[in-house]
Ligand binder design. Structure first.
Ligand code: RUQ
Ligand code: CUA
Length: 650
């Protein structure tokens, strides 16, 4: 068996090489690009795109925003990584956002964005996204396009089967990829089997978006790869793919592929919710950060939490079942009706589709095939709705349109395959360039998909763009899926690795998008709302500069009496009240980034001068014809100098 698996691995590897070197294919498709196709993606200068697409930034830790169909990048939103472009994670106000139980972490690995829903439809309020490496979930406001909240997930490791939301955004879910000691302890790695656990965390979301961990399900120590909520009749359930049900701890490439079938875990969260509402579960120690950005004070705070409610699935009758699913399933996708749960066995050519109604019957009839750690395993044939035969090689993820079709990505054979829900017949296949991971249809993970466009998010770029040295950005491709056959329209580069994406019609967001921060609502504790209130105050070796900026000067612009060894806080308020007039602030020699300050906003940066002299600061954002004049000086005197503080604006 071991040998068989290494043969399989070699076969897969050579197939990847074949699919990635598919140069001629790409030229052919390029040649087929007619002006008709160009028209479909052409958004004339000054016109707006029809859809927003939020692409995960992968190892950039952030989220990028694109317009569809143009493929134009509109913005990068910092989430889990410091972002010198606007000072996120550097300014005093935002550093708490990156606090964790491991201390300040300047970077993250973002995977799966998901847009909030109401009644199973995208509502355009927030995007959630998971951090895989140091487990966290973030919530981004789609009014401000800023990260408002980050909650750390305790006891988790490799937060991958995350951050998917239930039909009314009751919960955002975070599942561990790696099984680990629960809670963490010093234990021999070869003692993993049976001792490690796989916690699945359900985070409640309140009407303002506020996140709090409701409970954590203490599941067997498998790897939980992806997940999706039920919808319609299956609302109240959540489905997770597992792999490494072997619980192998070494050479997983081979040893985690021994079982012919792993599981999809079906979790009746409504039942567990009821159980914990009635006092069920056990509170255990945990240590995790909860970071919230307040738009009124414009400042983030960190609260360290120390308890979490844990639930043993065996204590809640009828709450958790396993559905056997062939070949180390990766994607776990639920169709718009909520009836079909699709498991993409990544070492298979077929797709396994489970039926929700058959699953309920099998549970009722106790049609079990044993159990795993006390959790009933349902009979494979009893839940099986159908199989998509010979879809391709290496199926990963499936999205849906509004006409009863599904679109599955195949990594190894590098293609997207369209098939029919219910008949399971393959209707069309189109190559992707190259080796597609996730795909995305706006609303494709909701009750109401928009069946107009599909984006494939490809892992390998090779020859698709002008070469840029050894490192190429990943490629995304836009397909028109409104007709019977998919039509490839456009290639566009992404930033970082866009594992997954979420798309939404622009009408659901653009009217609510904020244009300025109102000065009369600025409750920042160090705001200066008027030039006449600008000042410099000393408190021991701490100096606070209360500064304003408006086209095109700083007040004050000259400051004297700062000394070597001081710690200077610049609290800078942008007095503008017009859309899109930020100013920047940069200080020579600051061990920090600039600040980019939006109209009506206050931000703070620190500077510890080490050298005597007269040192300039300036505005970094070209804000007016006199932008180059937007500057000032700070005179730094020796430590112990008797130079008094003084400041001016002439
Ligand atoms: S993964 S390429 Cu991180 Cu969603 Cu499947
Ligand atoms: Cu303000 Cu440039």
């Amino acid at each position: 068996m071991k040998k068989l698996n290494s043969i399989l691995a070699v076969a897969i590897f050579s197939l990847i090489m074949v699919s990635c070197g598919n140069n001629n294919e790409s030229k052919r498709s390029g040649g087929a690009m007619s002006s008709n196709v160009a028209e479909k993606v052409y958004v004339a200068p000054g016109e707006h795109d029809e859809y927003y697409a939020f692409l995960s930034g992968g190892y950039s830790g952030n989220l990028t925003v694109y317009g569809l169909p143009s493929g134009r990048m509109l913005k990068e939103i910092p989430v889990f990584s410091q972002f010198p472009t606007n000072g996120y994670g550097y300014s005093e106000e935002t550093t708490p956002m990156l606090e964790t139980s491991f201390g300040f972490i300047p970077w993250g690995d973002a995977h799966h964005p998901d847009i909030s829903q109401t009644n199973g439809e995208l509502d355009g309020r927030w995007v959630f996204i998971n951090e895989n490496n140091t487990p966290r979930i973030a919530r981004i406001s789609l009014e401000y396009f800023e990260t408002e909240e980050i909650i750390e997930i305790p006891h988790s490791a490799g937060n991958h089967s995350s951050s998917f939301v239930t039909e009314n955004t009751e919960y955002v879910v975070a599942g561990t990829r790696f099984s680990v000691p629960y809670p963490q302890e010093d234990i021999a790695i070869d003692q993993m089997k049976g001792n490690f656990k796989g916690p699945l965390t359900f985070i409640a979301v309140d009407e303002n978006g506020g996140m709090s961990i409701d409970f954590q399900l203490k599941m067997p120590g498998f790897n939980y790869d992806l997940s999706h909520p039920g919808r319609g009749d299956s609302h109240g359930w959540f489905f997770f793919t597992t792999y490494n049900t072997e619980e192998a701890h070494t050479l997983q490439e081979v040893n985690a592929s021994q079982n012919d079938k792993d599981f999809i875990a079906a979790v009746n969260w409504k039942k567990i919710q009821e159980y914990v509402r009635n006092g069920g579960g056990e509170e255990i120690d945990a240590n995790y950060a909860h970071n919230v950005f307040n738009h009124s004070t414009q400042t983030a705070t960190t609260t360290m939490m120390n308890k979490v409610l844990t639930v043993d699935p065996r204590d809640v009758e009828g709450a958790v079942f396993f559905m056997p699913t062939p070949k180390s399933p990766h994607g776990c996708d639920v169709d718009p009706s909520g009836e079909y749960i699709i498991g993409n066995g990544k070492l298979s050519t077929d797709l396994t589709i489970h039926s929700f109604s058959k699953m309920l019957k099998a549970i009722e009839n106790k049609d079990f095939d044993g159990d795993a750690y006390g959790i009933p395993v349902l009979n494979f044939d009893a839940t099986l709705a159908g199989v998509v035969k010979d879809g391709g090689l290496g199926p990963l993820h499936t999205e849906f349109d509004d006409k009863g079709n599904a679109y599955t990505t195949f990594f190894i054979s590098s293609e997207v395959v369209k098939w029919k829900l219910g008949t399971w017949e393959v209707l069309d296949r189109q190559p992707s360039f190259y080796s597609v991971g996730h795909n995305m249809i706006p609303g494709g993970n909701s009750r109401k998909p928009d069946g107009k466009y599909m984006v494939s998010l490809n892992k390998i770029t090779k020859d698709r763009y002008l070469p840029t040295g050894p490192e190429l950005e990943h490629s995304a491709q836009l397909y028109d899926i409104s007709g019977e056959k998919m039509e490839l329209l456009l290639d566009f580069p992404t930033h970082g690795e866009p594992h997954y994406a979420a798309g939404i019609h622009a009408d659901k967001i653009k009217a609510n998008s904020k244009k300025i921060y109102r000065l009369d609502e600025n409750k920042h504790e160090h705001a200066t709302l008027n030039e006449s209130e600008t000042r410099v105050e000393r408190n021991g070796n701490e100096v606070h500069v209360y500064m304003t900026m408006v086209r095109s000067h700083f007040a004050p612009d000259n400051i004297e009496g700062i000394k070597v060894g001081d710690k200077v806080y610049f609290h800078v308020t942008n007095l503008e009240q017009d859309f899109d007039v930020p100013h920047g602030f940069a200080m020579i020699g600051a061990n920090n980034s600039e600040l980019l300050i939006m109209p009506g906003q206050t931000k703070t940066t620190t500077w510890e001068p080490t050298k005597v002299g007269v040192w300039p600061f300036y505005c970094t954002d070209f804000c007016s014809a006199l932008h180059q004049e937007m500057q000032g000086y700070i005179r730094v005197s020796p430590k112990g100098s008797s130079q008094e503080l003084k400041w001016s604006l002439d």
